[in-house]
Every structure is written in C-alpha cells, then in structure tokens.
Design a protein around this ligand. Sequence first.
Ligand code: BES
Ligand code: ZN
Length: 624
Amino acid sequence: MKKSILATCLCMGLFTFGCQSNKEKENTDKDNSAPIENKDSHSKSNALEINPQHVSLNLEVDFDKKQIAGSAKWLLKPNENTDKAVFDTYQLEIDSILYADGNKAEFKIGSHDPILGAALEVELKKDTEELTIYYKTSDDATALLWLTPEQTFGKEAPYLFTQGEPIYTRTWIPSPDGPGYRFTYDATIKVPEGLLALMSAENPQEKSKNGVYEFKMEQKIPAYLMALAVGDIAFKTVDDRTGVYAEPAILDKAYNELDGLGEMVHTTENLYGEYKWDRFDVLFLPSGFPMGGMENPRLTFATPTILAGDKSLLNLIAHELAHSWSGNLVTGASWDDIWLNEGFTVYIERRVTEAEHGADYAAMLWDLAEKKVDAAIETAGENSKDTWLKLDLKNRDPENAFTRIAYDKGAALLLLIEQTVGRENMDNFLVKYFKDHAFESMDTERFLTYLDENLLNDNEEWKEAIRVEDWVYGPAKPSNYPKVKNTRFEQVSTQVDAFKNGTSAADLKTEKWSTYEWLFFFEELPSKLTLEQMEDLDKAYKLTQTGNSEIANAWFLHSIKAEYETAYPQMKEFLYVTGRAKFLSPLYSEMIKTGKSEMAKEIYKIARPNYHPIVQRGIDGILK
Ligand code: BES
Ligand code: ZN
C-alpha cells in the first residue's frame, strides 16, 4: 500500500463541510454517497446524478517537483435535488473549489481506500453547473511516470507520460473515473520551454515558443482515456490523417516501421465503418513505457520495443487502432465488462492482420493465443469465476481484469460466432453495433440482448452451436472452443523435431519464418536446452544480438533455464532499459524459479528506478 501524502479531514471524526485543509488530518468515515443502480464498483463518483459534460484543465507540469498543479473546471448537469458532486481522487491535494461566481464551495474528502482512493464531495447550490477544483498531484501519483534525461533516447531532456487505464486518471485529475461516464475536454498545459506536450486530443505537430499548449477533445470519452505526454518529441506525417511522434533519435526508425499506418486505418474502416476520431497518430514512448500499447484516442501510446525493423510486431498497432471502435467508441460499462473492450479488440486486430498478411499468418496468432488461454486457466484454476468473460471485481483491483481470458477467450467467442453465422453476417452485425452504440457504454447483459435481437434472432441452431452463456457465465474453455487451421506451425514442428534429433541449427529450414514461427519454435523446444544446443542456435541465428524484443525475450528465457551465460550481458541490458511489464515478470520469475535470485536482485537494483510504479509493485512482489 502506498503511503498517502494526502491526509484527510478529521473534523470531529466526521465528514464536515468546511474542513478546508486536507493535510495532516485523518478521516475514517465511510463514503456515504447514495447507492446508484448499476454503479461502477470502482468509482465513488455520483456521475449518474451530476451528469458531467465537460472538463477544462489548466495545468502546469513541473519536472523539478514531479508535480502537476492547476485547475479542473467541471461542467455538470445535475439532476434535480442533487445536492453534492462526488469525484474520484487518489492522493490529490485539493487547495480550493470555486463556483462559477467565484465563491468558495464547501468540500470534504472521504477516507482513503488503497485501491480506489478517496471521494471528493463538493456541496452543490441550487443552480450549480460549474465547479473549478484547484489541486496538485502527489509525488507518487500512479498515472505519472517522470523520466530523467538518462531514461530517454535523447538523454538530454526529461519526459513525462500518463497511464490512465484502468483507474489512474484520478491520481492526476479529480474526475468521475469510471468507464461508463463520458465527457469532452479541453486543456491548457504549460511545460518547460523546448518540450512538446501531447494529449489524447487535437494535437500540435511542433513545439511552441513558450511551452504553452492548447488541446481539445470534442468527442465524449471516459476518464481512463485522458492522457498526456511531455518530452523532446518530434512529428512525421504518414498521410493526411496519420503520423508518428517520437523522440528525434528514433523518429526515422519509427516512421519507417509505420509508413503503412494510413493504409491500416483504411483497412479497418473498410471492415467496421468510418473512423470517428479524425486523426490517428502514434506516439512512441521511451523504453520505460510499461505497456505494449495504450489506445488513447487520436494518439495511441506505444512501446518502442515493437520497432523490430521488419514490421513484424505491428499487430500491436492494429490492436490499439481497433480500440477506436471496440473500447473507445463502444466502451465496456465497468471493468467487469472488459472483454467487450479487449476481446472484441483482439478479434478485430486478427481480422486486420488477416487482411494485411493473409489468413495463414493470422492463424498463427490465433494458435499462440489459445495456449495463453490454457495457461491463464491453469493459473486461475479451472473452476474459477475469473475465467468467466463477465467478471466480478468488486473490492478487488481492476488490474485483475486484464488477463488472457478477457483478451483471448473473449476473441475466441467472437470467432466462434463468426464461424457459426458466417463472416458476412458477422461483419454486418459488428458494423451496426458500433454505429448503434457509438460514444456509449455497453455492459455484458445489454450486449447479449443486442446479439440476440440483431444477429441470432430466433435461429435455434446458431444459438445451440454458440451457447453464449457458457462462455460468458461459465468457466474455462467451453467444448465448442473454435479451431483455426494453422499450417505454418506444422513446418516449424518438423524443424523442432529435426533439431531435437541432432540436425544442426544452421541446417534447419527457417528462411521464411516470421517472428511468430520463431516464437512457436522456442515454445516447442525442450524447456531446458543443453549449452551445446544454445551455442549452436546462437551461432546460426545471432539470437543474443537480436533487435526483435519478442524473440529476445523468448531467447533470454531459454538462456536462464540453460544457464547460457553468454547471453547474460545482453539480457541484463534488456532488463535495464525495457520497462515493458510483459517481458519483465517472466524473466525475473524464471531467474527465481531456477535459483538465480541473487542475480535477479542485482539486476533489479539497477533497473528498478527505470520501471513504472505499477511494474515496480509487480516485480517487488516476485523478488520479495
Ligand atoms: N488497453 C490495453 C492496455 C492496458 C492493459 C491498460 C492493462 C491497462 C491495463 C491495450 O489495448 C493492450 O491491450 N495492450 C497490449 C497489446 C496488445 C497487442 C495485446 C499490451 O500492452 O501488451
Ligand atoms: Zn487492448
């Protein structure tokens, strides 16, 4: 649990309006806001009563203090008889709150919950439709990663980026922070001169002279999609509505990898209907970015670890782009419904990948994903409700929602529906779904009704073939889990056998292999190779030196198991600079499992400051 720098009010042991200072005081009272039907269990806000419409941010980014400070002006349309507005906050220091007429509003801050933070309750007058909250962030705000110049590619300027999903926006903006609550925003952001600021909004393409930037996002979005990045960033146009942002040191590399970005947007539009967000730009972050990608609207954030030089890892961009339909346009109403975002998105990602690279290529991805579902089920337990698509995360951290179940079991259900009703019916259904529910939230129950009414209708045969309830409210892999014919891995299996039987690495037939054949190859090899086998493979394919992060990751895992020390210097370098959680936990866990905890701790001591707080928490847990 993080120590709250925000002590809350202990004004006679009760929430007390008029308790101005929220510092160095404690309040143990419970949040007593009225229960609302269908309320998001991870938000304390009364958004359904105050109907937030818009927020205007006026913020200054201070790299010395590692703090964002300023104001958030909320426009609300409160229901009649609503006498308070409740916002989510997490360790925010609230200085004051003003009504439109400049008078101070009374407010109180509820007890701090280590997962959810604290409710900020503001008194509403009869006609209040505007509240301006003056506040500062704390120095360990989870959404914010402050990088020193050394942690960037350019090594000269500091860098800041935010990560809002699932519930971290409340650590830098007091907000109704639930995926079911949407609003528009605009922002004035002041940053040190010489740096560029970007948001999930209409963006500048070059630096301003004075470090002040204006943004607007005119489409309604939920709080988790608010995002900011500040750094020495430059831009390169791909086509009239797409482009790439990155530090100058990697801009050309990023551009070369993504020169087909405009095409990818067209391909996706052809499948699922018009792209609704005007521009689609991609920002490549420094290596400390903890995710692969994050679908911030208009500006996807991406890890530089997908810049393999051969476009082989661009399914990640297809994935984040797909969220422009599933997730950003139609949004899962709560974190329990996350499969409506991630499962749909993986399905669409596969369809885009298929359109670009062919069905045999996409089939490899389906195949690898099924293995991940198997592993997730094993971790959770076959009968665990965590293997249902509809989750129940009440009183739990919504980070728990993001497992391969939501992603790959979710996608597999859509594939099953496609295989059952035929591709044309499926595509028409999805186009209509995104159109009918654009800029709305959707929960699992309403989706199932919509599916029934708009696709399955009364077709009992289809319903029986799909048995959707078994997937959504049932554990593990239903018996009708769809199969995809995958021929390309058969050839890989043949080579694995040959290698096991003594064929030298250089004689294996690997010429046409993509990244995915290699990943399958590493999975199929015996889990512990001999040192001779490792040397043989390394000599033939220069695996220790590979610039492909996915292949490096798989190779380093084998290196740890085989104690192939030749690869250790490169592996350490990889762990020092890469902050991507997906790679880090398997590598550290493998070191622990194979009795190399000393080595793991030594590496982590150097690497830890480069990791995101969310990742640090995870690795701290592994190494404790
Ligand atoms: N929305 C997620 C990022 C995310 C995950 C945010 C978990 C908060 C918690 C994003 O769309 C995503 O799924 N990214 C994947 C890449 C993808 C190709 C599966 C990632 O970051 O690995
Ligand atoms: Zn996703």
